[in-house]
Ligand binder design. Structure first.
Ligand code: KG4
Ligand code: ZN
Length: 341
């Protein structure tokens, strides 16, 4: 069974061809350079880029997979959550495609795709969902920070989430305060390698609250006030890496401790981590170390599955198809605020 998957929820135009449980191709056209000039994603520009790139990206994905449209059994696309005009490009393309080849259309929740991407790995990328264990899932992206409990494949519920900024947003906004480019997460990650994480003690909001919620805007504000009082640190060769290392340490500590606390309380022996922030090098090494210490199995999305891509959309669509989920109706609209429950 072959399936074409499309992802356009934010600033990556991506298409993939999935055969059974494996991605035959996964083409990602990133718009990062275009938005970097403006310090964040500009929806109008993102939409224009998606419109320009969607056709060549789909054609490349089909050609790399040596797949003709007549061989496709279904078409899948991100229906939400995401930027409405950006989502519209991929979703409308998928609707037209599905109509023209008379094959079912599968609408995929982008955040749920991140969640299960922790079970997708290898080269070519493959679903290992048959090894699924009940788990606590941390989903950390630019738009979401969620702790969920996954009981069975496609059976999950949110236990807690951020009350304000997402962890990725916190990386991006604090990087902006430091004068670094967009997206800030990878810049902080890179500079933090030369810094000392205990140089500055930034707030760890909600760390000691006995729930699974987060608040990252408090951390961002504590960095802002600190820099307003100490502006000379922004031009120091050592102070900037030290600031990066200290901010990164605060974000990772909150994510790690709250996730492991939820796993302990829910008595699960597996933790998964996914989303753009899961490519952070400190987050990966700290989760590996801590999960090993408490003998919890860790499934963390491989780096090429952390940021937005259509392979994760397609592999989740395949799972939905196998479980008999009803296809989307052709007149169905995008769902920009689609919750994962
Ligand atoms: O999942 P994603 O590609 O898009 C959303 O669905 O939001 O995540 C993008 C986010 C951005 O905030 C970016 O700064 C962050 O992931 N990110 C990182 C790293 N790489 C990407 N954050 C920290 N460290 C990284 N290495
Ligand atoms: Zn994403």
């Amino acid at each position: 069974m072959r399936l074409l998957a499309i992802e356009t929820s934010c600033d990556e135009t991506s298409a993939a061809v999935i055969e059974d449980n494996q991605a035959l191709s996964n083409v990602v056209s990133s718009q990062i350079k275009i938005h970097a000039e403006y310090g964040g994603v500009v929806p109008e520009l993102a939409t224009r880029e998606h419109l320009k790139n969607i056709q060549p990206v789909i054609q490349e994905a089909l050609s790399l997979a040596s797949c003709t449209t007549s061989e496709l059994s279904a078409v899948a696309a991100t229906r939400g959550p995401g930027l409405p005009p950006a989502l519209m490009v991929g979703w409308k393309t998928a609707q037209a495609f599905s109509y023209s080849i008379d094959r079912p259309l599968i609408g995929v929740n982008h955040v749920v795709a991140h969640l299960y991407s922790a079970w997708f790995s290898g080269s070519p990328i493959k679903s290992n969902i048959e090894n699924f264990e009940p788990n606590i899932s941390l989903i950390v992206s630019g738009g979401h920070t969620i702790i969920a409990k996954a009981i069975k494949p496609l059976n999950h519920k949110i236990l807690g989430q951020t009350q304000d900024d997402a962890a990725g947003e916190c990386f991006d906004k604090t990087a902006k305060l430091l004068g670094l480019g967009y997206p800030g997460g990878p810049q902080i990650d890179r500079l933090a390698k030369r810094g000392y994480p205990k140089s500055y003690n930034f707030a760890r909001p909600m760390l000691n609250k006995e729930n699974d919620d987060f608040s990252f805007s408090g951390l961002k504000t504590s960095v802002r006030y600190f820099l307003e009082k100490n502006p000379s640190l922004l031009s120091g060769n050592e102070s900037v890496p030290n600031l990066c290392a200290s901010i990164q340490a605060a974000i990772v500590e909150v994510l790690l401790k709250k996730t492991l606390r939820a796993a302990r309380r829910e008595k699960v022996k597996c933790v998964t981590v996914s989303g753009g922030v899961a490519s952070n090098s400190l987050l990966r090494s700290e989760f590996e170390r801590a999960c090993k210490d408490v003998e919890i199995q860790l499934r963390i999305s491989p780096p090429d599955m952390c940021t937005d891509n259509a392979a994760m959309i397609g592999l989740l669509a395949k799972l939905m198809y196998d479980q008999g989920a009803p296809p989307s109706l052709l007149e169905e609209d995008i769902s920009p605020n689609w919750a994962i429950n």
